[in-house]
Design a protein around this ligand. Structure first.
Ligand SMILES: *Cc1c(COP(=O)(O)O)cnc(C)c1O
Length: 385
């Protein structure tokens, strides 16, 4: 009998532990030199100009909607198949979330449905797009950026699932998730289930200096001590709170952990790709599989998803075998908070079909060959019994 296998798991090495211990012995507990080092290394990793470390991915999203001045009644479009936080960041600022259905082939927001929404309303109705690299599959931001230009929208890329992911643009050039070439801002999470773990943690990346400066202020109460930014200067102690900000700082020892984990990020992506390839080949001709993530270039494989008509039965069966799969996600518009908010019950048929059938299989770099074979064997066993 195998010990239980979760769908995702962090990997903390001796090196990671040493990095944290070393940081704890330094003079800095909250923001110190490790933050700057982590930000620099992360910006380099994704290919963006700036990176701002924050306390978690949700705080990153909130700072983005604040920096983009989302306000009362502003309409923002996102996908129903994501973690609730992708939508909540709009609500935090009093905005209104409008969902557009997914493309059943990619499980990502459907470009054509977004275009239709935009074309069916006067220009200026919508303010922005929160686009999610769901499961780790890079969304074609170049294509969406043209739409954004035409309709005067900003773009936040929710890249929580996709550090290390990429797509190829119309010039066949590689565009890394979060490089902010075709988005105003991108965000990441360092929750243990994500690729890089800090315990809690998040990152915003951007190429826009103005947004970067504003995000720095917003991260720390809207307070600055930077002499070049002060309206007045009454002495060495003097600071100004210039806008209403928050305390969304990451600690230095968390940054030390993130930095150490980042060094293994490429290794992790390679291993995730191998696991995905094995699943893709195994399920390729199985008649009980309606659809699967498959093997896609540039996919970061945060999740590996299969779809089957017997999802619930399969989920329960695998649990009884110690295999703990998960469902990603309950469509956001079906969550009680959003259901109550939008009294008229909207139907997004592709998202709902997807939700009824989807299951995320174990996917993490330390999943052994033996464990993966056991997972595949038990799935086959369920359907052939
Ligand atoms: C995890 C996640 C978030 C939120 O990140 P936290 O660090 O948990 O706050 C936002 N969006 C997506 C798509 C996520 O997976």
């Amino acid at each position: 009998m195998h010990k239980s296998i979760p769908y995702g798991k962090q990997f903390i090495s001796e090196e990671d532990i040493n990095a944290v211990v070393e940081s704890l012995k330094s003079d800095f507990l909250t923001q110190g030199p490790k933050i700057t080092e982590f930000e620099k290394a992360f910006a380099e990793y994704v290919g963006s100009k700036y990176a701002i470390a924050v306390s978690n991915g949700t705080a990153a999203l909130h700072l983005c909607t604040l920096a983009l001045n989302v306000s009362e009644g502003d309409k923002v479009i996102t996908t129903p198949i994501t973690f609730a936080a992708s939508a909540n960041c709009v609500k935090y600022c009093g905005g209104e979330v409008v969902f557009a259905d997914i493309d059943p082939k990619t499980y990502l927001i459907d470009y054509n449905k977004v275009e239709k929404l935009l074309e069916s309303a006067p220009i200026g109705t919508y303010k922005g797009l929160v686009l999610v690299d769901f499961a780790g599959r890079a969304i074609d931001l170049e294509k969406f950026s043209l739409l954004a230009k035409k309709f005067n929208l900003w773009i936040i890329e929710d890249a929580c699932h996709a550090p290390g992911g990429f797509y190829k643009d119309s010039n066949d050039e590689i565009q890394n998730c979060g490089n902010s070439k075709f988005a105003d801002l991108a965000i990441f999470s360092f929750h243990p289930v994500k690729h890089i773990a800090c315990g809690e943690g998040g990152m915003i990346t951007t190429n826009d200096e103005k947004l970067y400066q504003k995000l720095l202020l917003l991260r720390t109460h809207g307070i600055t001590k930077d002499a070049s930014l002060l309206n007045e200067n009454e002495g060495g102690w003097y600071y100004e709170m210039q806008i209403l900000g928050y305390n969304y700082r990451l600690t230095d020892f968390q940054a030390a952990l993130g930095l150490s984990q980042l060094k293994r990020a490429d290794e992790g992506i390679i291993r995730r790709g191998e696991i995905a390839k094995t699943y893709a080949d195994f399920f390729n001709n199985k008649e009980y599989i309606i659809s699967q993530s498959g093997f896609v270039e540039g996919h970061a494989y945060h999740l590996y998803i299969i779809q089957t008509l017997k999802r619930k039965e399969l989920y329960d069966f695998l649990r009884s075998k110690g295999i703990f799969c998960q469902v990603h996600y309950i469509p956001v518009h079906k969550l009680p908070y959003y259901k109550d908010l939008y009294k008229e019950s909207k139907i997004f048929s592709e998202s709902e079909k997807y939700y009824n059938n989807c299951l995320s299989l174990p996917m993490f770099p330390t999943l052994t060959k033996d464990e993966q074979e056991y997972v595949m064997f038990e799935i086959d066993n369920f359907f052939n019994a």
